[in-house]
Ligand binder design. Structure first.
Ligand SMILES: O=C(CO)COP(=O)(O)O
Length: 121
């Protein structure tokens, strides 16, 4: 299954914590990871293999949204920072909208992401 990992800058430490906490689940289920650029670099640094797309503000969210539309993504873990402004807000909304259009599981905070991981276990 393909899981997309995305985190805004203010949430990247929580994303790394999540990757460490659920390492067994994420690596035992033959999960294929894709990520926006900077999130992907941090995911790699945490010891994962991951396909890195463009950084979010440069179109990474849009690339992941396109893959969702093509049926190539099964789950999205998107740690959004609701306390910050983002120049690519339209891309973010597009990604989340397409999750709903195509019934793709979407977690936008660690509590929900943890429950999705428990669903995979
Ligand atoms: O901006 C993002 C999500 O909207 C994340 O992009 P980066 O992973 O490149 O920081």
């Amino acid at each position: 299954m393909t899981i997309a990992i995305i985190a805004h800058d203010g949430k990247k430490p929580e994303m790394v914590q999540f990757l460490n906490e659920f390492r067994d689940t994420l690596q035992s289920k033959k999960v294929n990871l894709i990520a926006t650029g900077t999130t992907g670099a941090k995911t790699e640094a945490a010891g994962y293999e991951v396909e890195k797309l463009l950084s979010g503000p440069l179109g990474g969210d849009a690339q992941i949204a396109a893959r969702i539309a093509e049926g190539k993504v099964d789950m999205v873990i998107f740690f959004r920072d609701p306390m910050d402004k983002h120049p690519h807000e339209p891309d973010i909304f597009m990604l989340m909208r397409l999750c709903d259009v195509h019934n793709v599981a979407l977690a936008t905070n660690p509590a929900t992401a943890g429950l999705l991981m428990k669903g995979l276990e």
